[in-house]
Design a protein around this ligand. Structure first.
Ligand code: MG
Length: 444
């Protein structure tokens, strides 16, 4: 009865559209409607975490299995700093929650899983959700026999332009690395002065002498870092010229006014973007930065909660949205962020470091290919071991990231090999533990 009503109303709609009222169209519509209504669900039978740590970097992917022979999907749930917690969230909660649900209904599963914990938007649960979400897109692509980018609207560009990592402990070393990267075909290079915050330029760690903190804690001198970065940009521009785009990541390590002063000093060197000038706790400072400088700004690798970006994207307070896609719950929310950015001319620059699995990098690239307001993607080259664990991983060519054209996300996981590199029981906290000379914690 219900179906007859649908067909009747559809027929009415067709009558109102003479151009579409051909008999062939009408028949095809009825047939496809019938097929949709009679096809059986693709039931989820298991959701499981596959953790692996092949290069001392904790990676987690999720595998979603279905009741259709051979049909499964994989997605990235990598949050290396709390890997065991994500594995527990997947194996102890999402698996039970998802069994029996129809894998075709990605949006519905995302929305129901999102609220299933009642408290939400934290990094652990968002990563678990991302693994599930990306795996469902992988399944959808395999069912459609299409790469995921086709399901997202098709290509807006032939490949994904990237920036690579360069830099050195001095301006000269940084210039050497930029010239080398240009030789390799890269057109965009992020330059850092040593590690984040140029900790090699820091003076004495007085707090250690005083027995404060822990022996492995790092020390940073913000003034030495700022002075060094300006000098580095000067040397690199002189030696590498204007035919390369230069990027830099402040990594939220400065006080807000110091960051604004540094960005103003970098203006003559025309950065492509400066990343994370402020921590997410300091978002209102973007309003002041915007009044002071026209340097393009990238922000957002630490975002987890939509309220962290909604207002600031609407108010056009930065230029590149830099979200780590698994940290917000996968492709489904990332597409919404990308579309939001399109209306405000904010381009995507998804976070793409070594602690995103090859599955996650491929997921980034599918979105990069399909959205108009793509900006740039962080390049990564996978070791032979990672390519063995993740067959079909994206590859770099002439500065572009290339994904394979297999249906779905296009990356698989060799479970047996992955499990030969188990997660370490103890996490290495090294670079997140950072202090000023007197011991005050600096956000990393
Ligand atoms: Mg960053």
């Amino acid at each position: 009865m219900k179906r007859r009503n649908i067909l009747r109303s559809l027929g009415g709609a067709l009558l109102a559209m003479p151009a579409l009222h051909a008999e062939g169209y009408n028949r095809a519509t009825k047939i496809s409607l019938h097929t949709d209504m009679s096809s059986s669900p693709v039931k989820i039978t298991k959701v499981k975490a596959i953790p692996t740590c092949p290069h001392n970097i904790e990676l987690i992917v999720v595998k979603v299995e279905t009741d259709q022979p051979g049909l499964y999907g994989v997605g990235c749930a990598t949050f290396r700093q709390r890997a065991h917690a994500v594995v527990t969230a997947i194996d102890k909660y999402l698996d039970d929650f998802c069994r029996g649900r129809d894998a075709r209904n990605i949006e519905d599963i995302w929305q129901t899983a999102y609220v299933s914990s009642y408290w939400r938007n934290g990094p652990v649960l968002n990563n678990a959700l991302s693994g599930l979400d990306q795996a469902l897109w992988d399944i959808k692509g395999k069912m459609a026999n299409m790469p995921v980018y086709e399901l997202l609207g098709g290509k807006c560009r032939f490949a994904v332009d990237t920036y690579t990592h360069g830099g050195g402990r001095s301006g000269e070393e940084a210039a050497d690395s930029v010239l080398e990267k240009m030789e390799q075909g890269f057109r965009n290079v992020r330059i850092q002065l040593g590690g984040y915050g140029a900790t090699h330029l820091s003076g004495e760690a007085d707090f250690k002498e005083a027995g404060f903190g822990m022996p492995d804690d790092n020390v940073m001198d913000p003034q030495a870092y700022m002075k060094g970065v300006v000098e580095m940009f000067d040397v690199v521009r002189q030696r590498a010229g204007e035919d390369v785009e230069l990027l830099h990541d402040i990594h939220e390590r400065l006080q807000p006014l110091d960051a604004i002063n540094l960005i103003k000093q970098l203006e003559p060197y025309r950065p492509f973007f400066i990343e994370d000038p402020f921590s997410p706790e300091n978002m209102e400072w973007f309003r002041i930065l915007r009044q002071q400088s026209t340097v393009p700004i990238a922000m957002g690798e630490l975002f987890n909660n939509p309220n962290e970006w909604l207002t600031y994207m609407r108010d056009q307070l930065f230029d590149f949205i830099r979200i780590h896609i698994s940290q917000i719950g996968g492709i489904t929310p990332a597409m919404k962020v990308a579309r939001l950015g399109e209306w405000f001319n904010i381009r995507t620059a998804w976070h793409g470091p070594g602690d995103v699995s090859p599955v996650g990098h491929a997921a980034n690239s599918h979105i990069d290919l399909a959205v108009w307001n793509f900006g740039i993607q962080e390049a990564v080259s996978f070791s032979p071991l990672l390519q063995d664990i993740f067959p079909g991983a994206p590859r770099m060519e002439n500065g572009y990231m290339i994904i394979n054209e297999a249906p779905g996300i296009g990356v698989d996981v060799n479970e047996d090999l992955a499990l030969k590199y188990p997660l370490p029981e103890k996490h290495n906290y090294n670079w997140t533990q950072l202090r000023k000379r007197d011991g005050t914690v600096i956000k990393p």
